[in-house]
Design a binder for this molecule. Structure first.
Ligand code: ATP
Ligand code: MG
Length: 722
């Protein structure tokens, strides 16, 4: 997506025809029996806490925060203060004198760990800075870098992101001759999915095949061979995939070895947020890490579990008390986030879920408007509504950063992004970011990767085939010759290419030699390396790809990000492990203090809150998404996802759906679409129905229930007496 230039927002505000409450009504009600007029109410702003520090905890929260040692489970609904309680618990442990570096706080993103620790700092001061916090994957990475060598994992391993893992799977598939097109054989992505699911859930491969891909059951043996080859390749090339990070950590702490004791002995207390979205492996890791003590605090909400497609299981949270006898369970039911009308709506929405532990929520906050259910004629009308409403709220005093637009999948915000850019409204986008998946970015990273790990076969294939005169056959020849020379850094130089590839080979050798002669650590070193690579690569880019300019600016951007890292290894690991979450993370010149609107996938909105939330595309097939409509479980997960999205709102919630959807995937140009099945009658009764005025539409038929403005017949009757 295009970064927003920013700067012209004030001008845009002046130019945008924002209607005042007294002006022409922008939105008119549905002409139905329930039709009511919804004038804009004066905005009631609840008094908000001054600082986190001054605001306290309620009795149950305080009990949890001050819980002595031992297993603790906080299982409670959205906005009940789970995360806040966890922050206070960290502060409490520090006050009790637990050393900060002996506390481990595990969260779903690195950003949330940082924010939580910043809040703890406000409570107890800078001592909290040494608390260890991050994601499971990030922590695994740190531990493996430190202890991996003693566990047979040579120093300097490369982390493959999912795209690389899929490519490596393809090499295994090709090598075993299973890639021929005669037979219908699973694609590389399918193979990787099955593999990853097996590792994360420990569900046997044949069972996964039977359930998800019965058509491939006959290939069970071949698939096992591919997985074996894939595993072997990773070992030979010193590569580690995402799943390995968790798997190695689990195997390490489960082993009967002094090393396991040493690692488990690093922490006295472990705390986990969003526990409902952890998988089997993560539960094993925690058991291993708490082998000598049971000081494990987990918080979560089963009604918000939205990652089972990645192997997460709500059994972790529901079975926690059985797995850790003596667990103190703290439920919380008071919601501090949303107004009662919003809670009435979201409570109804989730009450349709099959099985649920957490209860309906209430708040002591009074007042507030009902959530809006907005029908727009089509996508542009939906976009216009959202942008106009955002500007109105902004005029009334809501900062942009207190508003978010949420959607089921990243691509659904395209039209909105164009409109926001045109109107000069700054925004950042979370989730669904394709920057690192872009071919040209991956190309440049491939150069850095082979420098870092000369055995990185996937990257070799990628960069060799970029070069003029080198095709698949030559690339394979080069890779085989390097393997024969044990992947030493000179191996590529000693390879003798066919005549066609000589020039390319010489150019590459020269570039790699030049890059190798660099010092390994110096300020801006990675950025300089990228600049050198680009002297060769930019021309290749111009040859190979269309839309050259935006791609070149992506690479400028990559250079800017790289400048912030001390070494190539640190840069590559960070990109693979914690890919930028937002355009903002890519350094588009705004930091979190800036007043920018957030656009986010529903998944990435987890744990957050905003004053006003727009959920767009509430259309069946979009939310729930059509490919998630396979089974009841999947539909339930989509419902929970909508619950997560709608429970992010404090004061204003707008759910919008375009009535006419242009969809190139269907044969018809336009189709009249159905409102999301989750917004059933009961849920709709908790919302105010609004249709967006469509200036191009024919005048609506007069409403029979309303008396005519001028009654000609009555006038005529009156003329001749009753
Ligand atoms: P989610 O399920 O969405 O992750 P959560 O249970 O983690 O939500 P928090 O994010 O911790 O909830 O809290 C929701 C909001 O309520 C925050 O703004 C928080 O500061 C506020 N809050 C929580 N507890 C209290 C309290 N006791 N007094 C005042 N405000 C509170
Ligand atoms: Mg939370």
């Amino acid at each position: 997506m295009a970064p927003n230039a920013g700067g012209s927002f004030d001008k845009a505000l002046r130019q945008t025809p924002v209607r005042k409450a007294s002006g022409e009504p922008e939105y008119i009600c549905c002409m139905t029996d329930e039709a009511r007029v919804y004038p804009q109410r004066p905005r009631t702003v609840e008094p908000r806490e001054k600082t986190e520090l001054a605001a306290g905890l309620n009795e149950a929260q305080a009990r949890a925060a001050a819980h002595p040692d031992g297993p603790l489970l906080i299982i409670a609904g959205a906005g009940t203060g789970k995360t806040r309680t966890l922050v206070h618990r960290v502060a409490h442990l520090l006050e009790r004198g637990i050393k900060p570096e002996r506390i481990l706080l595990l969260t779903f993103t690195r950003r949330s760990a940082q924010e939580m620790l910043a809040r703890a700092e406000r409570l107890v001061g800078s001592v909290s800075r040494s608390v260890q916090g991050g994601t499971f994957h990030g922590t695994a990475h740190r531990l493996l870098r430190r202890f991996g060598e003693r566990a047979g994992l040579p120093h300097g391993f490369t982390i493959m992101d999912q795209g690389d893992a899929v490519d490596l799977m393809q090499l295994s598939r090709g090598k075993l001759g299973l890639g021929d097109k005669k037979k219908r054989f699973p694609k590389k992505e399918t193979l990787h999915h099955v593999y990853s699911r097996h590792v994360n859930t420990e569900y046997p491969v044949p069972a996964i095949l039977s359930e998800e891909y019965p058509q491939f059951r006959e290939f069970e043996e071949e698939i096992a061979r591919i997985f074996a080859d894939y595993t072997e390749r990773k070992t030979e090339r010193n590569l580690v995939d995402y799943d390995d990070l968790l798997l190695f950590w689990a195997m390490l702490v489960e082993s009967e070895s002094p090393l396991a004791e040493q690692i488990a002995g690093l922490y006295d207390h472990i705390l986990v947020d969003e526990y409902q979205d952890t998988n089997h492996l993560q539960a094993r890791i925690l058991r291993g890490m708490c082998r000598t003590h049971q000081n494990l605090t987990v918080v979560g909400d089963d009604a918000q579990s939205i990652y089972s497609f990645r192997g997460a299981t709500i059994r972790n949270i529901l079975d926690f008390p059985q797995q850790y006898p003596g667990t103190a369970v703290v439920p919380l039911e008071e919601n501090y986030r949303s107004t009662q009308p919003i809670l009435d709506c979201t409570n109804t929405l989730i009450s349709r879920a099959e099985e649920r532990y957490t209860k309906n929520l209430f708040t002591r906050r009074t007042g507030g408007e009902q959530p809006w259910l907005v029908t727009a004629h089509d996508e542009p009308a939906q976009t216009r509504f959202v942008v106009d409403r955002i500007l109105e709220l902004h005029e009334e005093g809501t900062p942009l950063r207190e508003m978010a637009v949420l959607f089921r999948a990243g691509y659904m915000s395209a039209d909105l992004e164009i409109e926001l850019t045109a109107r000069g409204i700054p925004f950042e986008k979370w989730g669904g970011l394709k920057f690192l998946e872009a071919a040209h970015v991956k190309d440049v990273l491939a150069f850095l990767r082979v420098l870092e790990n000369p055995r990185d076969e996937v990257s070799w294939y990628r960069l060799l085939q970029l070069m003029p005169g080198i095709g698949e056959v030559t690339a394979r020849g080069a890779v085989e010759s390097m393997a024969a020379l044990a992947w030493t850094s000179e191996a590529f130089g000693r390879y003798v290419p066919p005549p066609r590839a000589r020039a390319a080979h010489a150019a590459l050798v020269e570039l790699l030699d030049q890059l190798r002669s660099n010092p390994t650590e110096a300020d801006g070193i990675v950025s300089t390396e990228i600049a050198r690579v680009r002297r060769l690569y930019d021309d290749i880019l111009r040859e190979r790809y269309d839309r050259v300019e935006p791609r070149l600016s992506d690479l400028d951007q990559l250079q800017t990000i790289a400048a912030g890292y001390p070494s190539r290894a640190a840069f590559l690991s960070a990109l693979a492990l914690e890919p930028p979450q937002a355009t903002q993370d890519l350094g588009f010149g705004s930091d979190s203090e800036d007043d920018v609107l957030v656009l986010s996938t529903a998944h990435s909105s987890k744990g957050r809150e905003w004053d006003a939330v727009f959920v767009i595309w509430a259309v069946d097939g979009y939310f729930p998404m059509s490919r998630a409509l396979g089974s009841d479980d999947e539909i339930d997960e989509e419902r929970r996802l909508l619950y997560v999205a709608t429970t992010r709102a404090r004061n204003h919630l707008f759910v919008t759906y375009p009535l006419n959807v242009y969809d190139s995937r269907r044969s018809a140009d336009y189709s009249i679409d159905q409102l999301s099945r989750f917004l059933d009658r009961g849920v709709r009764e908790m919302m105010q129905r609004v249709v967006v005025d469509n200036p191009d539409a024919p005048a609506p038929a007069p409403d029979a229930a309303q008396p005519p403005v001028v009654d000609l017949r009555a006038m005529l009757r009156g003329r001749f007496g009753a």
